[in-house]
Write a protein that binds this ligand. Structure first.
Ligand code: FA5
Length: 364
Protein backbone atom coordinates (compact mmCIF):
# COMPACT_ATOMS: atom_id res chain seq x y z
CA UNK A 1 0.00 0.00 0.00
CA UNK A 2 1.39 3.39 -1.04
CA UNK A 3 2.81 5.73 1.62
CA UNK A 4 4.02 9.30 1.02
CA UNK A 5 7.83 9.31 1.13
CA UNK A 6 9.85 12.05 2.84
CA UNK A 7 11.98 13.91 0.31
CA UNK A 8 15.54 14.90 0.66
CA UNK A 9 15.96 16.04 -2.92
CA UNK A 10 13.56 18.87 -3.80
CA UNK A 11 14.81 19.43 -7.33
CA UNK A 12 12.20 19.67 -10.06
CA UNK A 13 13.23 16.25 -11.41
CA UNK A 14 13.03 14.57 -7.99
CA UNK A 15 9.65 16.22 -7.33
CA UNK A 16 8.34 14.99 -10.70
CA UNK A 17 9.51 11.45 -10.05
CA UNK A 18 7.85 11.41 -6.65
CA UNK A 19 4.70 12.92 -8.15
CA UNK A 20 4.51 10.33 -10.98
CA UNK A 21 4.94 7.47 -8.51
CA UNK A 22 2.21 8.92 -6.32
CA UNK A 23 -0.19 9.50 -9.23
CA UNK A 24 0.35 5.94 -10.48
CA UNK A 25 -0.57 4.58 -7.03
CA UNK A 26 -3.57 6.94 -6.85
CA UNK A 27 -4.83 5.78 -10.28
CA UNK A 28 -4.65 2.12 -9.25
CA UNK A 29 -6.50 2.74 -5.99
CA UNK A 30 -9.15 4.85 -7.73
CA UNK A 31 -9.61 2.04 -10.27
CA UNK A 32 -10.28 -0.42 -7.43
CA UNK A 33 -13.01 1.76 -5.96
CA UNK A 34 -15.96 0.34 -7.89
CA UNK A 35 -18.80 0.92 -5.50
CA UNK A 36 -20.03 3.64 -3.16
CA UNK A 37 -18.32 2.46 0.09
CA UNK A 38 -14.96 1.83 -1.66
CA UNK A 39 -15.08 5.29 -3.18
CA UNK A 40 -15.81 6.79 0.20
CA UNK A 41 -12.73 5.00 1.50
CA UNK A 42 -10.64 6.31 -1.42
CA UNK A 43 -11.83 9.82 -0.74
CA UNK A 44 -10.98 9.63 2.99
CA UNK A 45 -7.59 8.07 2.35
CA UNK A 46 -6.51 10.64 -0.23
CA UNK A 47 -8.49 13.76 0.47
CA UNK A 48 -9.09 13.47 4.26
CA UNK A 49 -8.58 16.94 5.68
CA UNK A 50 -6.07 16.04 8.43
CA UNK A 51 -4.55 12.68 7.66
CA UNK A 52 -5.28 12.21 3.96
CA UNK A 53 -2.32 11.46 1.65
CA UNK A 54 -2.74 14.82 -0.09
CA UNK A 55 -2.47 16.54 3.32
CA UNK A 56 0.64 14.48 3.99
CA UNK A 57 2.13 15.54 0.62
CA UNK A 58 1.47 19.08 1.69
CA UNK A 59 3.35 18.51 4.96
CA UNK A 60 6.20 16.38 3.65
CA UNK A 61 6.81 17.95 0.26
CA UNK A 62 5.70 21.56 0.49
CA UNK A 63 6.19 22.55 4.11
CA UNK A 64 9.46 20.60 4.33
CA UNK A 65 10.82 22.14 1.10
CA UNK A 66 13.53 24.74 1.36
CA UNK A 67 12.45 28.23 0.41
CA UNK A 68 13.98 28.02 -3.06
CA UNK A 69 11.96 24.87 -3.91
CA UNK A 70 8.63 25.95 -2.44
CA UNK A 71 7.19 27.17 -5.73
CA UNK A 72 8.05 23.94 -7.59
CA UNK A 73 6.83 21.80 -4.69
CA UNK A 74 3.63 23.86 -4.33
CA UNK A 75 2.84 23.40 -8.00
CA UNK A 76 3.20 19.57 -7.74
CA UNK A 77 1.09 19.43 -4.56
CA UNK A 78 -1.70 21.41 -6.28
CA UNK A 79 -1.61 19.11 -9.29
CA UNK A 80 -1.83 16.09 -7.01
CA UNK A 81 -4.77 17.52 -5.08
CA UNK A 82 -6.59 18.45 -8.26
CA UNK A 83 -6.00 15.00 -9.73
CA UNK A 84 -7.31 13.26 -6.58
CA UNK A 85 -10.47 15.39 -6.67
CA UNK A 86 -10.97 14.73 -10.39
CA UNK A 87 -10.61 11.00 -9.89
CA UNK A 88 -13.05 10.96 -6.96
CA UNK A 89 -15.54 13.03 -8.98
CA UNK A 90 -15.17 10.85 -12.09
CA UNK A 91 -15.74 7.72 -10.09
CA UNK A 92 -18.80 9.08 -8.32
CA UNK A 93 -20.34 9.65 -11.74
CA UNK A 94 -19.30 6.23 -13.03
CA UNK A 95 -20.65 4.47 -9.96
CA UNK A 96 -23.94 6.36 -10.08
CA UNK A 97 -24.25 5.45 -13.73
CA UNK A 98 -23.56 1.79 -13.12
CA UNK A 99 -26.08 1.70 -10.24
CA UNK A 100 -28.66 3.28 -12.55
CA UNK A 101 -27.86 0.83 -15.33
CA UNK A 102 -28.18 -2.12 -12.98
CA UNK A 103 -31.56 -0.81 -11.82
CA UNK A 104 -32.74 -0.25 -15.37
CA UNK A 105 -31.65 -3.77 -16.28
CA UNK A 106 -33.51 -5.22 -13.29
CA UNK A 107 -36.65 -3.24 -14.00
CA UNK A 108 -36.69 -3.74 -17.73
CA UNK A 109 -40.14 -4.48 -19.08
CA UNK A 110 -40.44 -6.32 -22.37
CA UNK A 111 -43.29 -4.38 -23.86
CA UNK A 112 -43.30 -6.65 -26.89
CA UNK A 113 -44.52 -9.59 -24.71
CA UNK A 114 -48.17 -10.37 -25.44
CA UNK A 115 -50.42 -9.42 -22.48
CA UNK A 116 -52.83 -11.67 -20.61
CA UNK A 117 -55.80 -12.24 -22.85
CA UNK A 118 -59.14 -11.57 -21.21
CA UNK A 119 -61.82 -12.66 -23.62
CA UNK A 120 -64.91 -10.48 -23.78
CA UNK A 121 -68.02 -11.97 -22.23
CA UNK A 122 -71.27 -12.20 -24.15
CA UNK A 123 -74.84 -12.19 -23.02
CA UNK A 124 -76.19 -15.55 -21.83
CA UNK A 125 -78.57 -17.12 -24.38
CA UNK A 126 -81.47 -16.97 -21.91
CA UNK A 127 -80.96 -13.24 -21.31
CA UNK A 128 -80.48 -12.70 -25.01
CA UNK A 129 -83.86 -14.32 -25.68
CA UNK A 130 -85.40 -12.23 -22.91
CA UNK A 131 -83.95 -9.06 -24.50
CA UNK A 132 -85.45 -10.00 -27.88
CA UNK A 133 -88.84 -10.65 -26.31
CA UNK A 134 -88.72 -7.36 -24.45
CA UNK A 135 -87.86 -5.44 -27.59
CA UNK A 136 -90.80 -7.00 -29.49
CA UNK A 137 -93.27 -5.84 -26.82
CA UNK A 138 -91.62 -2.46 -26.25
CA UNK A 139 -92.13 -1.78 -29.96
CA UNK A 140 -95.84 -2.50 -29.43
CA UNK A 141 -95.95 0.21 -26.73
CA UNK A 142 -95.53 -1.92 -23.59
CA UNK A 143 -93.45 -0.61 -20.73
CA UNK A 144 -91.41 -2.72 -18.31
CA UNK A 145 -92.42 -3.43 -14.69
CA UNK A 146 -90.51 -5.42 -12.11
CA UNK A 147 -91.38 -6.98 -8.77
CA UNK A 148 -89.65 -8.81 -5.91
CA UNK A 149 -88.46 -12.40 -6.20
CA UNK A 150 -89.33 -13.02 -2.54
CA UNK A 151 -93.07 -12.46 -2.65
CA UNK A 152 -95.97 -12.69 -0.22
CA UNK A 153 -98.64 -15.37 -0.40
CA UNK A 154 -101.14 -12.58 -1.12
CA UNK A 155 -99.48 -11.34 -4.32
CA UNK A 156 -98.29 -14.71 -5.58
CA UNK A 157 -101.60 -16.54 -4.98
CA UNK A 158 -104.50 -14.88 -3.20
CA UNK A 159 -104.86 -11.70 -5.25
CA UNK A 160 -104.52 -13.84 -8.37
CA UNK A 161 -107.65 -15.68 -7.32
CA UNK A 162 -105.94 -18.74 -5.86
CA UNK A 163 -107.91 -18.98 -2.57
CA UNK A 164 -106.10 -20.64 0.38
CA UNK A 165 -106.14 -24.43 -0.06
CA UNK A 166 -107.25 -24.17 -3.70
CA UNK A 167 -105.91 -27.19 -5.63
CA UNK A 168 -104.45 -24.89 -8.35
CA UNK A 169 -101.76 -23.98 -5.79
CA UNK A 170 -100.46 -27.54 -6.02
CA UNK A 171 -99.26 -26.92 -9.60
CA UNK A 172 -96.98 -24.16 -8.31
CA UNK A 173 -95.29 -25.49 -5.17
CA UNK A 174 -92.27 -23.47 -4.04
CA UNK A 175 -89.89 -22.70 -1.17
CA UNK A 176 -91.42 -20.84 1.78
CA UNK A 177 -89.31 -18.66 4.07
CA UNK A 178 -88.94 -20.41 7.46
CA UNK A 179 -90.45 -19.41 10.83
CA UNK A 180 -93.46 -17.43 9.65
CA UNK A 181 -96.15 -19.48 11.42
CA UNK A 182 -97.19 -16.52 13.56
CA UNK A 183 -97.95 -14.42 10.47
CA UNK A 184 -101.30 -14.33 8.71
CA UNK A 185 -101.19 -16.63 5.67
CA UNK A 186 -101.49 -13.75 3.21
CA UNK A 187 -98.30 -12.15 4.61
CA UNK A 188 -96.12 -15.27 4.56
CA UNK A 189 -93.14 -14.98 2.24
CA UNK A 190 -92.19 -17.40 -0.50
CA UNK A 191 -90.08 -17.50 -3.67
CA UNK A 192 -92.48 -16.37 -6.39
CA UNK A 193 -93.63 -19.13 -8.71
CA UNK A 194 -94.51 -16.88 -11.64
CA UNK A 195 -94.26 -13.25 -12.72
CA UNK A 196 -98.03 -12.76 -12.45
CA UNK A 197 -97.81 -11.05 -9.00
CA UNK A 198 -96.27 -8.08 -10.82
CA UNK A 199 -99.64 -7.65 -12.58
CA UNK A 200 -101.27 -7.04 -9.19
CA UNK A 201 -98.52 -4.73 -7.99
CA UNK A 202 -98.74 -2.71 -11.23
CA UNK A 203 -102.53 -2.34 -11.13
CA UNK A 204 -102.42 -1.35 -7.45
CA UNK A 205 -99.97 1.42 -8.29
CA UNK A 206 -101.38 2.78 -11.55
CA UNK A 207 -104.74 3.73 -12.89
CA UNK A 208 -105.90 2.15 -16.17
CA UNK A 209 -105.07 1.93 -19.03
CA UNK A 210 -102.16 -0.44 -18.31
CA UNK A 211 -99.81 -2.03 -20.80
CA UNK A 212 -96.80 -3.68 -19.16
CA UNK A 213 -94.45 -6.59 -19.51
CA UNK A 214 -92.79 -8.09 -16.44
CA UNK A 215 -89.58 -10.05 -16.99
CA UNK A 216 -87.99 -11.96 -14.13
CA UNK A 217 -86.75 -15.03 -12.33
CA UNK A 218 -89.18 -17.51 -10.76
CA UNK A 219 -88.87 -20.66 -8.63
CA UNK A 220 -90.82 -23.89 -8.44
CA UNK A 221 -90.58 -27.23 -6.73
CA UNK A 222 -90.14 -28.94 -10.12
CA UNK A 223 -87.69 -31.82 -10.44
CA UNK A 224 -85.03 -30.91 -13.04
CA UNK A 225 -85.41 -32.71 -16.36
CA UNK A 226 -84.92 -31.85 -20.03
CA UNK A 227 -87.70 -29.22 -19.99
CA UNK A 228 -88.01 -28.31 -16.29
CA UNK A 229 -85.75 -26.35 -14.00
CA UNK A 230 -86.46 -25.34 -10.37
CA UNK A 231 -85.31 -21.81 -11.27
CA UNK A 232 -86.28 -20.28 -14.57
CA UNK A 233 -87.40 -17.00 -16.17
CA UNK A 234 -90.76 -15.80 -17.32
CA UNK A 235 -92.06 -12.86 -19.24
CA UNK A 236 -95.50 -11.68 -18.19
CA UNK A 237 -97.70 -9.35 -20.18
CA UNK A 238 -100.76 -7.36 -19.06
CA UNK A 239 -103.01 -5.08 -21.05
CA UNK A 240 -106.05 -3.44 -19.43
CA UNK A 241 -108.33 -0.80 -20.91
CA UNK A 242 -111.92 -0.33 -21.95
CA UNK A 243 -113.12 -2.73 -24.67
CA UNK A 244 -110.09 -5.03 -24.72
CA UNK A 245 -111.22 -8.27 -26.31
CA UNK A 246 -109.99 -11.77 -26.86
CA UNK A 247 -109.29 -10.65 -30.44
CA UNK A 248 -106.72 -8.18 -29.09
CA UNK A 249 -105.04 -10.98 -27.16
CA UNK A 250 -104.86 -13.19 -30.26
CA UNK A 251 -103.61 -10.38 -32.49
CA UNK A 252 -100.94 -9.32 -29.99
CA UNK A 253 -99.54 -12.80 -29.42
CA UNK A 254 -99.74 -13.72 -33.10
CA UNK A 255 -97.75 -10.59 -33.99
CA UNK A 256 -95.19 -11.29 -31.21
CA UNK A 257 -94.64 -14.89 -32.33
CA UNK A 258 -94.25 -13.85 -35.96
CA UNK A 259 -91.71 -11.21 -34.93
CA UNK A 260 -89.75 -13.83 -33.01
CA UNK A 261 -89.98 -16.86 -35.30
CA UNK A 262 -90.75 -15.43 -38.72
CA UNK A 263 -93.92 -14.44 -40.57
CA UNK A 264 -94.74 -18.01 -41.67
CA UNK A 265 -95.40 -19.10 -38.07
CA UNK A 266 -99.02 -19.76 -37.11
CA UNK A 267 -100.50 -19.56 -33.61
CA UNK A 268 -103.12 -21.81 -32.07
CA UNK A 269 -105.21 -21.17 -28.96
CA UNK A 270 -106.64 -24.05 -26.93
CA UNK A 271 -108.83 -23.78 -23.83
CA UNK A 272 -107.01 -24.12 -20.53
CA UNK A 273 -107.32 -23.02 -16.91
CA UNK A 274 -105.63 -20.38 -14.77
CA UNK A 275 -107.42 -19.01 -11.68
CA UNK A 276 -106.66 -15.41 -12.69
CA UNK A 277 -107.88 -15.50 -16.30
CA UNK A 278 -111.27 -16.40 -17.73
CA UNK A 279 -111.36 -17.72 -20.39
CA UNK A 280 -107.82 -19.13 -20.28
CA UNK A 281 -105.78 -20.56 -23.13
CA UNK A 282 -102.58 -22.45 -23.88
CA UNK A 283 -100.90 -20.94 -26.92
CA UNK A 284 -98.91 -23.05 -29.37
CA UNK A 285 -97.03 -22.06 -32.49
CA UNK A 286 -96.59 -24.11 -35.64
CA UNK A 287 -93.20 -25.80 -35.41
CA UNK A 288 -90.61 -23.38 -36.86
CA UNK A 289 -88.22 -26.31 -37.50
CA UNK A 290 -90.45 -28.43 -39.78
CA UNK A 291 -93.06 -25.83 -40.75
CA UNK A 292 -95.77 -28.01 -39.18
CA UNK A 293 -94.98 -31.31 -40.90
CA UNK A 294 -93.75 -33.04 -37.71
CA UNK A 295 -90.21 -33.50 -36.35
CA UNK A 296 -88.37 -34.37 -33.13
CA UNK A 297 -88.59 -30.93 -31.39
CA UNK A 298 -92.39 -30.81 -31.93
CA UNK A 299 -92.76 -34.51 -31.10
CA UNK A 300 -94.19 -35.10 -34.61
CA UNK A 301 -97.27 -32.99 -33.77
CA UNK A 302 -96.39 -29.97 -35.91
CA UNK A 303 -97.12 -27.66 -32.93
CA UNK A 304 -95.11 -26.45 -29.95
CA UNK A 305 -96.85 -25.24 -26.78
CA UNK A 306 -95.27 -21.99 -25.65
CA UNK A 307 -97.29 -19.99 -23.16
CA UNK A 308 -100.36 -19.48 -21.03
CA UNK A 309 -102.75 -16.56 -21.49
CA UNK A 310 -106.32 -15.38 -21.00
CA UNK A 311 -108.71 -12.55 -20.28
CA UNK A 312 -108.16 -11.06 -16.82
CA UNK A 313 -110.68 -12.59 -14.38
CA UNK A 314 -113.09 -9.94 -12.96
CA UNK A 315 -112.23 -11.21 -9.44
CA UNK A 316 -108.64 -10.03 -9.98
CA UNK A 317 -109.88 -6.54 -10.86
CA UNK A 318 -111.80 -6.66 -7.56
CA UNK A 319 -108.56 -7.21 -5.62
CA UNK A 320 -106.91 -4.10 -7.09
CA UNK A 321 -109.92 -1.80 -7.05
CA UNK A 322 -110.50 -1.72 -10.83
CA UNK A 323 -114.13 -1.70 -12.01
CA UNK A 324 -114.75 -4.95 -13.94
CA UNK A 325 -117.92 -3.50 -15.47
CA UNK A 326 -115.96 -0.77 -17.23
CA UNK A 327 -112.63 -2.48 -17.85
CA UNK A 328 -111.39 -5.60 -19.53
CA UNK A 329 -107.93 -6.91 -20.27
CA UNK A 330 -105.74 -9.80 -21.21
CA UNK A 331 -102.62 -11.31 -19.71
CA UNK A 332 -100.03 -13.84 -20.83
CA UNK A 333 -96.98 -15.51 -19.38
CA UNK A 334 -94.22 -17.41 -21.12
CA UNK A 335 -91.18 -19.42 -20.09
CA UNK A 336 -88.03 -17.74 -21.41
CA UNK A 337 -85.81 -20.87 -21.25
CA UNK A 338 -88.35 -22.80 -23.32
CA UNK A 339 -88.26 -20.04 -25.95
CA UNK A 340 -84.46 -19.99 -25.84
CA UNK A 341 -84.45 -23.77 -26.37
CA UNK A 342 -86.55 -23.25 -29.48
CA UNK A 343 -84.52 -20.33 -30.77
CA UNK A 344 -81.14 -22.00 -30.37
CA UNK A 345 -82.28 -25.61 -30.90
CA UNK A 346 -81.16 -26.74 -27.44
CA UNK A 347 -82.71 -30.04 -26.36
CA UNK A 348 -81.91 -29.93 -22.62
CA UNK A 349 -82.89 -26.92 -20.47
CA UNK A 350 -80.20 -27.86 -17.91
CA UNK A 351 -77.49 -26.79 -20.38
CA UNK A 352 -78.40 -23.18 -19.64
CA UNK A 353 -77.42 -23.60 -15.99
CA UNK A 354 -74.38 -25.90 -15.99
CA UNK A 355 -71.95 -23.06 -16.84
CA UNK A 356 -70.12 -25.40 -19.23
CA UNK A 357 -67.89 -23.16 -21.39
CA UNK A 358 -68.07 -25.57 -24.33
CA UNK A 359 -71.82 -24.94 -24.48
CA UNK A 360 -71.70 -21.23 -23.72
CA UNK A 361 -68.90 -20.47 -26.19
CA UNK A 362 -71.23 -21.35 -29.02
CA UNK A 363 -73.11 -18.13 -28.33
CA UNK A 364 -70.00 -15.91 -28.36
C1 FA5 B 1 -97.98 -19.51 -15.42
O1 FA5 B 1 -96.97 -19.44 -14.72
C2 FA5 B 1 -98.93 -18.37 -15.54
N1 FA5 B 1 -98.61 -17.36 -14.58
C3 FA5 B 1 -98.87 -17.83 -16.96
C4 FA5 B 1 -100.01 -16.91 -17.27
C5 FA5 B 1 -99.82 -15.57 -17.13
C6 FA5 B 1 -101.25 -17.38 -17.70
C7 FA5 B 1 -100.86 -14.66 -17.40
C8 FA5 B 1 -102.27 -16.55 -17.98
C9 FA5 B 1 -102.06 -15.19 -17.83
P1 FA5 B 1 -97.48 -21.91 -16.33
O2 FA5 B 1 -97.40 -22.59 -15.02
O3 FA5 B 1 -98.07 -22.67 -17.44
O4 FA5 B 1 -98.24 -20.52 -16.21
O5 FA5 B 1 -96.03 -21.44 -16.75
C10 FA5 B 1 -95.80 -20.58 -17.85
C11 FA5 B 1 -94.62 -21.05 -18.66
O6 FA5 B 1 -93.46 -21.18 -17.83
C12 FA5 B 1 -94.79 -22.45 -19.27
O7 FA5 B 1 -95.47 -22.37 -20.48
C13 FA5 B 1 -93.37 -22.87 -19.46
O8 FA5 B 1 -92.85 -22.35 -20.67
C14 FA5 B 1 -92.64 -22.22 -18.32
N2 FA5 B 1 -92.34 -23.16 -17.22
C15 FA5 B 1 -93.20 -23.64 -16.28
N3 FA5 B 1 -92.55 -24.43 -15.41
C16 FA5 B 1 -91.26 -24.47 -15.82
C17 FA5 B 1 -90.06 -25.11 -15.33
N4 FA5 B 1 -90.05 -25.84 -14.22
N5 FA5 B 1 -88.91 -24.93 -16.00
C18 FA5 B 1 -88.89 -24.14 -17.10
N6 FA5 B 1 -89.96 -23.51 -17.61
C19 FA5 B 1 -91.14 -23.67 -16.98
Amino acid sequence: MYTVPKLTDFSARALDEAKEELLAAMAVEAGDATDGPALEEFRNRWLGRKFGLVAQVNELWLKAAPGSAKREAGQRVNEIKQRAEELAEKHVKAIAKSILNARLRAETLDISLPGIERPLGVRHPVLRTLDELISVFVKMGYSIAEGPEVESDYYNFEALNFPPNHPARDTQDTLFIANQEQRAQRDRLLLRTHTSPVQIRTMEKSAPPVRVICPGKVHRNDAPDATHSPVFHQLEGLCVDTNITFGDLKGTLDHAMKSLFGSAVKTSFRPSFFPFTEPSVEVSISCPFCGGKGCRPCKQSGWIELLGAGMVDPNVFGFVGYDPKKLSGFAFGMGVERLAMMTYNVDDIQQFFYGDMRFLEQFA
